[in-house]
Design a protein around this ligand. Structure first.
Ligand code: PEP
Ligand code: MN
Length: 348
């Protein structure tokens, strides 16, 4: 049960609700969503308790949401969420394309890719400055220098940026440089990081853990939301299976499954799922066809020289072609590519 307090409700009213819940043996979690104070009760309270609370002073309304997913659930919010990222609406019907290198490697490398993807109509620039690498001896990213390069490209191309944050202590600083905080597959259940990202109120791109069920993935989104953010974008990026022909197995069924359970927008990362450049185009088109709200794609001007994940990066010309193919598939479905009204398509 979610208890939404009146805008004018004071501390006393909130304490009174907590006391009634506590007397009934029900704990509650106090939070805020869109400037509204709310209390999220643990468990599923009896109808009589729900009715008592609904009638209490300071209570604007209650929503009874079955199961453990509350704020992420369609029962709480039947309409699709639209996450506004600068000028880009994610989940608003138009298909959003985030593109860029897996890792920011240098000012020149990022600038080449950023201008190319902007010119082809990408609506977000991706690029990792803090890289979660399996081996400690692999390139770990340029850190804060990389973030500055991303911010520079944002001012050149007017495209919002998405980048990964690895540590709770970095959340505030990364949020100053980038428009979307990415939480990677390896950190999907890093609860301190989820809490801190939620408290920042910044848009968060939450990737699915590669061994996580949809249920666990939504629980992680719930962590972010119950700590104060209502701007979560989910990202399916493949799960581990026994099949070695692809790096991971892209779970396309997760898109309609999640859309049925949750109002949150869902995008697809075909690059990290497939691990092979030739699979990026067919999987991107499939993502559009299955109802995803967008994709996030690795693009590199010279994949052979990439310091991270070169095998899955497509070159800039192939990206331009992919955008044309997406436009055709989306058109057949009565949808369109998202466009950036303010994008300045000039070399940065
Ligand atoms: C990435 O997008 O750079 C990345 C590391 O992805 P994932 O967390 O899905 O492996
Ligand atoms: Mn990568």
């Amino acid at each position: 049960m979610i208890v939404i307090m009146d805008e004018q409700a004071d501390e006393q009213a909130r304490e009174a609700v907590l006391a009634v819940l506590s007397a009934a043996g029900t704990g509650a979690f106090a939070t805020r969503q869109r400037d509204r104070a709310m209390l999220i009760a643990e468990g599923e309270p009896a109808t009589s308790l729900a009715e008592t609370i609904a009638a209490m002073p300071g209570v604007a309304g209650i929503t009874v949401v079955p199961g453990t997913h509350r704020l992420t659930s369609r029962a709480y919010q039947p309409a699709d969420s639209v996450v506004q990222v600068s000028d880009v609406a994610v989940g608003g019907g138009d298909f959003v394309v985030a593109a860029g290198p897996c890792a920011v490697e240098s000012r020149e490398q990022l600038s080449r890719v950023a201008s190319a993807v902007a010119a082809s109509g990408a609506t977000m620039l991706r690029g990792g400055a803090f890289k979660p690498r399996t081996s400690p001896y692999s390139f770990q990213g340029l850190g804060f220098d990389g973030l500055e390069m991303l911010a520079e490209q944002r001012s050149h191309t007017a495209i919002p940026t998405v980048t990964e944050v690895l540590e709770p202590a970095h959340v505030q600083r990364v949020a100053e440089f980038a428009d979307v905080l990415q939480i990677g597959t390896r950190n999907m259940q890093n609860f301190p990081l989820l809490r801190e990202a939620g408290r920042s109120g910044h848009p968060v791109l939450l990737k699915r853990g590669f061994a996580a069920t949809v249920e666990e993935w939504l629980s992680s989104a719930e962590y972010i939301m119950c700590h104060g953010s209502d701007r979560v974008i989910l990202c399916e990026r493949g799960i581990r299976s026994y099949e070695p022909a692809t790096r991971f197995t892209l779970d396309l069924s997760a898109i309609p499954v999640v859309k049925r359970l949750s109002h949150l927008p869902v995008i697809v990362d075909p690059s990290h799922a497939a691990g092979r450049a030739y699979l990026v185009r067919p999987l991107s088109l499939a993502a559009a066809a299955v109802g995803a709200d967008g994709i996030i794609v690795d693009v590199h001007a010279d994949p052979q020289s990439a310091l991270c994940d070169g095998g899955q990066a497509i070159v800039c010309d192939d990206f331009a072609e992919l955008m044309e193919a997406l436009e055709r598939v989306l058109g057949a479905l009565g949808r369109s590519l998202a466009k950036l009204p303010s994008a300045v398509r000039r070399p940065g």
